[in-house]
Design a protein around this ligand. Structure first.
Ligand code: GDP
Ligand code: MG
Length: 444
């Protein structure tokens, strides 16, 4: 899928803007990518329509290609749809009463496991928790919760297989009130398919406990079914959020998009393993990258936009293109990359770029001060015409003067010159990606 999006991106090469004609084909690629990530078709349709509307007429930032802008537009839209930036956890009551969390979902999706994981996470936040077992249909399910509770040191309330779920849950809540417990997590029974009995029981349990949170637990492998599933549960019990489990599998996680789009409710956590600590807050940005299957492209575009002012980018591009990238630019470049979160990171995020070796990048980061002091000891001429040094040998008197003046070693200087050479080559490659081919209008 990553390949497909690369293609989507490439389709816009050479274009100067985003318009109704040129966004169609790449958006078709995005559409295919989303379907492959198991987002349900109606959700994909609505999503693509919105992206198209947004992208057309978007102002294209100088130094950023329309293809990159489109990808960013799609990614932003996806990210926003899934809840914007930052993770949303449990909303606690602030009236001294226990917060009640109801765990809903089909059988085998990971409800009981999620109950345990969430308890542990809340305990770590300093909350006291009571687990309540209401899966009266399978004695093994009650034992499972008890075992988990023991393992993480959280009490479990149950009435065996005798009571009915709403009653057991209500008693559990009462017990929590009596004992001044902060959070009650109610584990419920699931069924293989949605049926009226399951929904009726869930609704009754929700009412009996006045649940504050009703979390729909969804197996990330569910795929396209996630949309109808969410609709049914939301209609019957009005969920307040969801937990997406089994994200440690190789699913792209398109279910996240469906759940969110259909219910309008946030995905609050993701399950990333069978162990009790394998619960993470939901990060829309990470999920976006995963669904689109394109690594860190999006954050790269953002960094490019935030870190390089348009003119500055243009100036550097011109310099590179006219082969006047010198030591002064080199220092500026090092500083800029440092500001943007490290050259190493940037280099790693560039798709299809011949990468500097790990060691080179490490060295570049560490030796910034050394580089600066060496460059300060260069004459104006040497800084402007780096080849005076690049072409020389260590025995060269210029080199010796610089080493002496800066208090550094010959090896330091040799390394700087090597790094500069590598950077110059690298910059030339990057310029192609940041701003199109030489001869672009912007380069005159
Ligand atoms: P329930 O029927 O909804 O209560 O589901 P369970 O909590 O009993 O979980 C069903 C199975 O899925 C168990 O084998 C769990 O260990 C497993 N499971 C639950 N959550 C995750 C997860 O996030 N990742 C993985 N790999 N397995 C999980
Ligand atoms: Mg269970």
């Amino acid at each position: 899928m990553s390949d497909k999006l690369d293609k989507a991106w490439a389709r816009l090469q050479g274009e100067k803007d985003l318009n109704a004609d040129n966004v169609k084909a790449p958006l078709k690629d995005v559409r295919r990518a989303l379907l492959e990530a198991d987002v349900s078709l109606p959700v994909v349709r609505r999503f693509i329509a919105r992206c198209e509307e947004k992208a057309v007429g978007m102002k294209v930032t100088k130094g950023v290609e329309p293809g990159q802008m489109l990808v960013k537009c799609v990614a932003d839209e996806l990210c926003e749809l899934m809840g914007g930036v930052g993770a949303e956890g449990i909303k606690f009551r602030d009236d001294g009463e226990p917060t009640v969390v109801l765990m809903a979902g089909l059988q085998g999706v990971g409800k009981t496991t999620a109950c345990g994981k969430l308890s542990l996470a809340l305990r770590k936040q300093g909350k006291s928790v009571l687990l309540v077992a209401t899966d009266v249909y399978r004695p093994a399910a009650i034992d499972q919760l008890k075992t988990l509770g023991k393992q993480i040191g959280v009490p479990v309330f149950d009435m065996g297989v005798d009571g009915n779920p709403p009653e057991i849950a209500a008693r559990g809540v009462r017990k929590a009130k009596d004992e001044d417990i902060d959070v009650v997590i109610v584990d419920t029974a699931g069924r293989l398919n949605i049926d009226e009995k399951l929904m009726g029981e869930l609704k009754a349990t929700k009412e009996a406990t006045s649940a504050d949170e009703t979390l729909l637990v969804v197996d990330a492998m569910t795929g396209q079914e996630a949309a109808t599933l969410t609709a049914s549960f939301n209609e019957a019990v009005e969920i307040t959020g969801a937990i997406l489990t089994k994200m440690d599998g190789d699913t792209r996680g398109g279910a996240a998009l469906s759940v969110r789009e259909v219910s309008g409710k946030p995905i609050k956590f993701t399950g990333v393993g069978e162990k009790m600590d394998a619960l993470e807050p939901f990060y829309p940005e990470r999920m976006t990258s995963r669904i689109l299957g394109m690594g860190d492209i999006v954050s790269l575009v953002e960094k490019v936009q935030a870190g390089v002012k348009e003119e500055e980018a243009e100036k550097i591009k011109q310099k590179i293109m006219s082969a006047t990238f010198d030591f002064n630019d080199f220092v500026g470049q090092l500083e800029m990359m440092n500001n943007m979160g490290g050259m190493k990171q940037i280099m790693q995020m560039m798709p299809g770029t011949a990468k500097l070796s790990e060691a080179d990048m490490e060295a570049a980061g560490k030796s910034m001060t050394i580089a600066k002091s060496l460059i300060n000891s260069m004459t104006k001429e040497e800084r402007q015409y780096p080849d005076m040094l690049v072409a020389s040998t260590t025995a060269d008197s210029r080199r010796q003067r610089i080493v002496k003046g800066s208090g550094r070693t010959e090896a330091d200087l040799a390394q700087l010159i090597m790094m500069f050479g590598g950077m110059r080559t690298q910059m030339q490659k990057m310029s192609g990606q940041l701003g199109g081919q030489a001869g672009d209008v912007g380069l005159q």
